[in-house]
Design a protein around this ligand. Structure first.
Ligand code: ADP
Length: 304
């Protein structure tokens, strides 16, 4: 598989605090990669690093195969557009003038493609209206339009639906899907809103305390969620040992129960447990949601 972005044991320290603590992630070409984590998990820090706004304390990443330590990284970064935190918009300018400004910043020889970008983000009819009079959703879309100048094939969006109303969220979702499907743009979206991401993402990276705790494709996640079996036993320590021996993925959910995310041979498992004096009290298939999968990985409470 081709990867647009790969990070290897990235660390970023702010004084003694490790905002990123050995983060390794892989964004496949063509993906909509949902970068999910609680507030304070380290999402924006990672995005600032790959955009070149800050330097890692240690570790490295590759963008289109170019190492972050290589001077060619600047060239690779030109293939990337980003909206980090609040979009950098001139509020006293129209949408068109904001875009023209970005063309000039990038030193592009003409305004080729400008009208197409405005149309793509559905701001083609905003005329003389200044950005300060735009809704939040329109501003967010203008931020994306600016990021699209220079024809990037990797778009990085930091919490793009934060603060948007339901209509704004739908428009943002449609835009991201369109960019991915029609323009073949790989998208990295950070969010702490799982439900919204689940309508978009083809891949997920779950981040907690500056580390990726799990990377999984939407397809695999679907399967994992469907195949979850809740096992209630008399001793979860024994269950852990036996499941480890069977090399299956599971999460201990209480002192009596575990969720197993794979097809298991029930009679083999029951026998193995019985040999170690552990009884199966109940076993039932659960239709697990993305949310409970996530909570199982990183716990339920916000860090802040
Ligand atoms: P997220 O985007 O997942 O909400 P951030 O990457 O913004 O998380 O922050 C990760 C952690 O690093 C937080 O605890 C935050 O307070 C801390 N942090 C971020 N930027 C700085 C900074 N410039 N100086 C000190 N601490 C910071």
């Amino acid at each position: 598989m081709d990867y647009v972005l790969k990070t290897n044991a990235l660390c970023k320290k702010y004084k003694d605090y490790k905002a990123l603590n050995g983060l390794s992630m892989n964004v496949p070409k063509g993906a909509i990669y949902g970068f999910v984590g609680k507030n304070g998990a380290g999402k924006t820090t990672l995005i600032r690093l790959i955009c070149g706004l800050q330097e890692p304390t240690s570790g490295e990443y590759t963008l289109y195969g170019t190492k972050s330590t290589d001077k060619e990284i600047l060239k690779a970064r030109r293939r990337m557009g980003a909206v980090v935190e609040t979009p950098s918009i001139y509020l006293d300018m129209t949408a068109e003038d904001n875009l023209k400004q970005q063309y000039r910043v990038l030193g592009l020889p003409s305004y080729d493609g400008l009208a197409d970008i405005l149309k793509l983000v559905r701001l083609e009819n905003t005329g003389k209206k200044k950005a300060k009079n735009f809704s939040l959703g329109m501003r967010q879309r203008l931020g994306i339009a600016i990021a699209l100048v220079g024809d990037p094939d990797f778009l990085v969006l930091d919490e793009p639906v934060n603060g948007l109303d339901p209509q704004g969220i739908i428009e943002m979702r449609e835009l991201i899907l369109k960019l991915n499907r029609e323009q073949q743009i790989t998208v990295l979206i950070s969010s702490h809103i799982l439900d919204e991401l689940s309508r978009l993402a083809t891949h997920y990276g779950f981040i907690d305390k500056g580390q990726i705790v799990k990377e999984i494709s939407a397809k695999e996640l679907d399967t994992a969620c469907r195949k979850c079996i809740r096992l209630e036993v008399t001793n979860t320590q024994t269950l852990s040992r036996v499941l480890d021996g069977m090399n299956v993925e599971y999460i201990i959910v209480s002192d009596k129960a575990a969720d197993v995310y794979a097809r298991i041979n029930v009679s083999k498992l029951t026998l193995a447990l019985a040999k170690e004096n552990c009884e199966v009290i109940s076993m039932k298939e659960r239709d697990e949601s993305l949310e409970s999968y996530y909570v199982g990985l990183v716990g339920g409470k916000e860090n802040d």
